[in-house]
Design a protein around this ligand. Structure first.
Ligand SMILES: O=C(O)c1cccc(C(=O)CC[C@H]2O[C@@H](n3cnc4c(=O)[nH]cnc43)[C@H](O)[C@@H]2O)c1
Length: 233
């Protein structure tokens, strides 16, 4: 299977489909409950707890996509915001999902899989869908930006690593741990993928006590309420 050659289907037109079916994947049950509250039983959406980290998310997403027909996959949850890009309490809609630490350290710095010659680290979101969702969130007066969302195996915990990640990925806006796994599973099925992160903390020196999880979940809920309107028939 060469996933590089398999472009995702475009979402354009799906919003008009009566049989639209969206799989939303979260990392943890609390995020799932938040999303479900917002969706208020909308039958077009299923919400899955994929687990924390890219591997669990990929396996669980792939298993679910194999069992039913979906039109679109959305990875949703809380995330870290890059300083100067996304503040705590704001939203990031991913223009692309980047496996930011998938590669090798070399004497010349980090080399991603592309540079190493055996894979890829970037999955593009459907541009039409990104614009549609971001515009709808803006209309709902929610603080939102669009930009790359990084998938990492290790939560960034120092200013140095934050700066390195920001330099590695131009426009880096948010960081989380599942997007690339969810995106890989979607890509394998030829489905478009979107990542939406509600910012609970800044990417940088670790201070878990400062994470504003309640606020981020509130903004995630508000964003998911808007999602049902984006796909209104
Ligand atoms: O403790 C709770 O109540 C609680 C409620 C909802 C979510 C959590 C999590 O800890 C979610 C873990 C999940 O969050 C993502 N995340 C958040 N900030 C970052 C970050 O700065 N860098 C990387 N990932 C981040 C990540 O996707 C985790 O899987 C707790």
């Amino acid at each position: 299977m060469n996933l590089e050659l398999q472009g995702p289907k475009s979402i354009k037109g799906y919003s008009q489909q009566s049989n639209l079916r969206v799989l939303v994947v979260t990392a943890v049950p609390t995020e799932k409950e938040t999303v479900l509250q917002a969706l208020q039983g909308d039958p077009r959406f299923d919400v899955l707890v994929g687990g924390a980290g890219s591997v669990a998310a990929a396996v669980n997403t792939a298993r679910t996509l194999a069992a039913a027909e979906y039109s679109l996959v959305i990875c949703a949850g809380i995330g870290g915001g890059f300083p100067g890009r996304a503040e705590v309490g704001s939203l990031v809609v991913g223009t692309e999902i980047v496996a930011a630490d998938l590669g090798a350290e070399t004497p010349d710095g980090f080399a991603g899989l592309e540079k190493l010659g055996f894979g890829f680290t970037r999955i593009q979101s459907d541009a039409y869908l990104v614009e549609r969702v971001a515009n709808a969130l803006q209309r709902a007066k929610l603080p939102v930006i669009t930009g790359p969302v990084l998938t990492v195996s290790t939560v960034t915990g120092t200013a140095e690593t934050a700066a390195e990640m920001a330099a590695r990925v131009k426009g880096a806006s948010a960081e989380a741990m599942e997007g690339f796994g969810v995106g890989f599973a979607a890509l394998d099925r030829g489905l478009p993928v979107l990542e939406i992160r509600a910012i609970s903390n800044m990417v940088g020196p670790r201070d878990r006590s400062a994470w504003q999880i309640k606020e981020a979940l509130e903004v995630l809920k508000a964003a998911c309420e808007v999602l049902t309107e984006v796909f209104a028939v």
